[in-house]
Design a protein around this ligand. Structure first.
Ligand code: C6P
Length: 404
């Protein structure tokens, strides 16, 4: 049974005060909080078996290597990848996208086209612009409507035999829209294009099945799903990962090095140069265990209740406008109060102990579309409560009164 009071006891940070008030943490889309079970995993690693991996014959190194590779298998199973070597450990979503964008430098030709969506985080825009600069390929954009949904008919008209790659986020960080990635993948594949899905915002809420999706690349960050910062994963279909060149050169990614020629290690090591974030990988596995023990069906059902309740309660505030009104949405509410800068609202909420994000959320094209400088973004996780939403609503009313 889902018991939010019990779950909250797992998160030490949730019992602290901010500015003399109980913390209300609604910045989960930026980073999630860490349960004691994951903190214990990190402490255990550094207390008992901290060592470099894949290198030593000594016991500590073997223990660390085993734990790290077990974490890879956990992640493989969680995402239902066919092989564990299709899971590449990265420092996060941004790293995973750059790795693929770099790999396509040797594949794209000047006449090729790649497609992005209007709903992307800068991490899923800038690396592709850089790729276009390197290769001469053209970047096309799937437009959005005022509800914050992608216009699928426009996507279809952008696709052609020139399209080599499509990259879209599963869920928008700025608006919470869940994109129809199944359709996007199928339509792109019909033209022979590969698809990369940015799962930074989906993995905290749902459990993607990469084989059922038939996606070519899927990337995410551990810190959005109860894991540590500086850790993430890239899933790539084996055939693609074999085809793409390594991203960085260094230790551990080689088979043999001479001054005449270097040959590369097999997957996944070909893409994992240097000493990785060993503790981060192990803790990522612990975070996945933790979330699975709660259950993603329970998580998304409960978060949907929070979203519905918060939308109802905030909508009645006069002059409050919500951006992102698709019925297909996760627990993110981006809003503004008429005539008031989002930063000022965020500052007053912070004084009340309520953490939200304000600004463009690293998605400036979305803000440009709505012709606004930014929004206040409240993003809910499974450890939040309706009582906390009541505090937010009261805080927003107070901010409105003070700033109008
Ligand atoms: N979004 C937010 O407040 P990294 O920084 O590599 O872990 O994740 C980047 C990233 C990529 N794609 C999407 C859809 C994202 O939401 C993010 C991170 C945070 O919305 C921090 S900017």
């Amino acid at each position: 049974m889902f018991n939010v009071d019990k779950i909250r006891q797992d998160f030490p940070i949730l019992s602290r005060q901010v500015n003399g008030k109980p913390l209300v943490y609604f910045d989960n889309a930026a980073t999630s909080q860490t349960p004691q079970q994951v903190i214990d995993t990190i402490v255990d690693y550094y207390s008992n078996y901290n060592a470099n991996i894949h290198r030593g014959v000594h016991t500590l190194s073997q223990e660390a290597t085993d734990a790290y590779e077990q974490a890879r298998i956990k992640i493989q199973k969680h995402f239902n990848a066919k092989f564990s070597h299709e899971i590449i450990f990265t420092s996060g979503t941004t790293h995973g996208i750059n790795l693929i964008a770099n790999g396509f430098s040797s594949i794209l030709q000047p006449e090729d086209e790649i497609i992005v969506s209007a709903l992307e985080h800068h991490s899923n825009i800038v690396p592709w612009q850089m790729l276009c600069e390197r290769t001469g390929a053209q970047l096309k954009v799937i437009p959005m409507n005022t509800d914050g949904e992608l216009i699928m008919s426009e996507f279809e008209s952008l696709l052609s035999d020139k399209t080599k790659l499509v990259f879209v986020n599963h869920i928008s960080n700025a608006l919470g829209t869940i994109n129809p990635i199944e359709q996007i993948i199928a339509k792109a594949h019909a033209f022979g294009a590969a698809v990369l899905i940015d799962g930074a915002q989906s993995c905290p809420h749902i459990k993607p099945d990469v084989q059922a999706l038939n996606v070519d690349f899927y990337v995410t960050s551990a810190h959005k799903m109860c894991g540590p910062t500086g850790q993430g994963m890239l899933y790539g279909k084996e055939e693609w990962l074999k085809k793409l060149p390594p991203y960085q050169g260094g230790g551990e990614m080689i088979a043999e090095v001479t001054f005449e020629k270097t040959t590369y290690a097999d997957l996944p090591h070909k893409f994992e140069a240097g000493t990785p974030n060993i503790c981060g990988g192990i803790a990522f596995g612990a975070a996945i265990d933790y979330m699975n023990a709660i259950g993603f069906d329970n998580i998304s059902a409960y978060e949907h209740q929070l979203l519905t309740y918060a939308t109802q309660q905030l909508s009645v505030i006069e002059g409050l406008k919500i951006y992102g009104t698709s019925p297909q949405k996760t627990s993110v509410i981006s809003f503004n109060l008429e005539g008031i800068h989002p930063y000022d609202v965020g500052t007053i909420l912070d004084k009340l102990g309520i953490a939200v994000r304000t600004g463009h959320h690293c998605a400036q094209p979305i803000m440009n579309f709505y012709n606004i400088p930014g929004t206040v973004r409240a993003s809910f996780a499974f450890y939040n409560t309706k009582a906390e939403i009541d505090s937010l609503v009261e805080g927003v009313k107070k901010a409105k009164m003070m700033l109008s």
